[in-house]
Write a protein that binds this ligand. Sequence first.
Ligand SMILES: [Zn+2]
Length: 153
Amino acid sequence: MQRPITSFALDQEAHWTATLSCGHLQHTRHNPPISERPWVLSEEGRASRIGTERDCFRCDQFEMPDGHAPYQRTPDFNRDSVPAGLRKSHSTKVGVWALIHVVSGSLRYVVEPPVQIDSVLTPEAPGIVVPELLHHVEPLGDVEFYVEFWKSL
Ligand SMILES: [Zn+2]
């Protein structure tokens, strides 16, 4: 999916890397003739690319970025206490990832179009919530679960 560039940094090998709004990094090195990005070498060139979008295949894979950690969690919910907001279409904010941990029972986890995933979460299979992707959950019988929010350290 498309994600805007929020900043640039040099990696350990002194190659320029873009950070996307989801927290994933992408190399933007100038290494002719393999990759021609002379703009990345100047402060001005980099600034002109902030906000431009790149295709993030790691988001497509539901892969949480490195350097993220949990910072907040909901109380435990059961079939009767699931907030209505979680049962209908909603999403996390820019850069906020989440894990849906099922403590017992099972929970239907639906990621809405354009992605379209319809899965069943269990204690062995937590759900990964990708920033800004619309989704909802639905208890399948008795269930106990909580949501843990993750962001960049
Ligand atoms: Zn991403």
